[in-house]
Design a protein around this ligand. Sequence first.
Ligand code: SF4
Ligand code: SF4
Length: 101
Amino acid sequence: MYCLHCGDCCIRMSPLTSDDTPCPKVLQDGNFYFCSINSHKPKQCENHRFPAHICPIGMSVLGYTTLEEARIRIDEGYEKIKLLNKVSGVTKVDVKIEGEL
Ligand code: SF4
Ligand code: SF4
């Protein structure tokens, strides 16, 4: 399932917080949200999937109605992740390019 990086699950449902406060591991870049511990995120986050090619929550949160809008967003997220990975040597962020949280 492709993530659209809307942040909804990480902001509202992180298994790392006891209430509904944002996850301390989420990275925000404009209105994009990325997991900074993607390669070793909690099992609950790994399992946050829907039987859909593109996350339906992200489609709803972003108000998207077409696959084209989602494709552009996924491409933009991919470029942002590449940039974050480049910086990771300095900041120690751990963001993988896989299009999913
Ligand atoms: S995917 Fe990462 S940022 Fe999102 S809730 Fe899980 S640990 Fe936090
Ligand atoms: S998995 Fe879905 S709800 Fe969570 S950040 Fe990605 S698009 Fe948003």
